[in-house]
Design a protein around this ligand. Structure first.
Ligand SMILES: NC(=O)C1=CN([C@@H]2O[C@H](COP(=O)(O)OP(=O)(O)OC[C@H]3O[C@@H](n4cnc5c(N)ncnc54)[C@H](OP(=O)(O)O)[C@@H]3O)[C@@H](O)[C@H]2O)C=CC1
Ligand SMILES: C[C@H]1O[C@H](OP(=O)(O)OP(=O)(O)OC[C@H]2O[C@@H](n3cnc4c(=O)[nH]c(N)nc43)[C@H](O)[C@@H]2O)[C@@H](O)[C@@H](O)C1=O
Length: 336
């Protein structure tokens, strides 16, 4: 008796050796994606912000028409932690809307048929049922600290769906959980919690301080995914996914900020006490993503959190322990 032939692998939606424009290639996500795509044999096209401000729809459209990549990954955005979002609602709304309009509409006008848009888990309602499924979108009120950013991202999802429905474009959206890794923003005021804690604990240890004061109550729960895992998920989606719904990208596990603080303290060698400034916002109480859709495509995260924190800490120290992407605080100033 002959055994049944194995079912053929589904066709790839991204041709081998495709030319891919990674918008935001110097950022946390864009740099991880650029490393992976290059290693996988793709040709990666890039433009720095100084070469091409993506808020400029005319210049962005002209670039896309001339370069005509096979695919676009939109990893450029105004991104920041809870404090940057709360203090600067206007650029978090307007820059992101403008970048999305330029890049997504520009890709369609240039007849580019494949695009991946990156949203964020903060698009879901503040009190969504956990873990959060993709269909929780637009079912409740948003977390006020990041409502402008979340609304811009929701507009991006709607724009992507619009090009699918009206023009048949193979444009898709991914919703990553909180990310971290080499290339992150370590500015204490504008960064996300994980790089902020690395820096706070490192500086306390090296200056001999016995206490570090962190923001909020320490009780909110967050899920963290290493940027290299996110890059692998993005490539999988580009190769295999062509659906109308956004796809959640996470590791499926979360922890409290107080638990995260213990892990970061261990990784940095800080042995003092931790205080909590409850005058600072907690943000959303929990945002654990439901990731069965991504797992069904074959994704499993590879970087355990404790290893990823150590790896990120090592990277940051090797860079000199500052926010390296824009010496002199230029990058932090741009975020704020
Ligand atoms: N970090 C996180 O925890 C999460 C991120 N995401 C999403 O992932 C994507 C990437 O985020 P991340 O890598 O963390 O962000 P970063 O801030 O690390 O990188 C953003 C990139 O976008 C570029 N950029 C911003 N504005 C412009 C502009 N006007 N013109 C040209 N380039 C611009 C920046 O350029 P420059 O280097 O010059 O500043 C930078 O390279 C975003 O869409 C974000 O919403 C989603 C969930 C969580
Ligand atoms: C990715 C995601 O990122 C943001 O949402 P957030 O998850 O709330 O962001 P965060 O990483 O800044 O904080 C997580 C938690 O950690 C606590 N916390 C303690 N101490 C520090 C600290 O020193 N810095 C920071 N930033 N937070 C601290 C902080 O109070 C909060 O309870 C949005 O931009 C949103 O738009 C978005 O998409």
């Amino acid at each position: 008796m002959t055994s049944p032939a194995p079912s053929p692998a589904p066709p790839l939606l991204l041709p081998p050796a495709a030319r891919i424009f990674v918008a935001g290639h110097r950022g946390l996500v864009g740099s991880a994606l650029t490393r992976l795509l290059t290693a996988e044999g793709y040709e990666v096209l890039t433009r720095t912000r100084d070469e091409l401000d993506l808020r400029d729809a005319g210049r962005t459209g002209a670039f896309l028409r001339e370069a005509r990549p096979d695919a676009v990954v939109l990893a450029a955005a105004r991104v920041g932690g809870i404090m940057a979002n709360s203090r600067h609602p206007v650029p978090f709304l307007e820059d992101n809307l403008r970048i999305q309009l330029s890049v997504i509409a520009g890709a369609h006008a240039a007849d580019i048929d494949r695009l991946l848009f990156l949203g964020s888990s903060c698009i879901y309602p503040k009190h969504a049922t956990q873990p959060i499924t993709e269909d929780a979108l637009l079912t409740g009120a948003l977390e006020p600290t990041n409502e402008p950013y979340a609304l811009a991202k929701i507009a991006g999802i709607t724009q992507v769906r619009g090009y699918r429905r009206q023009f048949g474009r193979a444009y898709i959206s991914a919703m990553p959980t909180n990310l971290y890794g080499p290339g992150d923003n370590f500015d204490p005021e504008t960064s996300h919690v994980l790089p902020a804690l690395i820096r706070r604990f490192h500086e306390a240890r090296t200056s001999g301080r016995r206490e570090v004061v962190l923001w909020g109550s320490g009780t909110p729960r967050r899920e963290f995914l290493h940027s290299d895992d996110l890059a692998r998920a993005c490539l999988l989606l580009l190769r295999r996914y062509d659906g109308d719904s956004p796809v959640n990208v996470g590791c499926g596990e979360d922890l409290s900020i107080a638990e995260l603080a213990s892990l970061v303290a261990d990784a940095t060698g800080f042995t003092g006490g931790i205080g909590w400034d409850t005058g600072k916002p907690d943000g959303t109480p929990r945002k654990l993503l439901e990731v069965s859709r991504l797992r069904a495509l074959g994704f499993t995260p590879a970087v355990p959190l404790a290893d990823g924190i150590r790896d990120t800490y090592r990277w940051w120290r090797a860079q000199g322990g500052q926010d390296q992407r824009a010496p002199g605080g230029e990058r932090a100033a741009r975020i704020a």
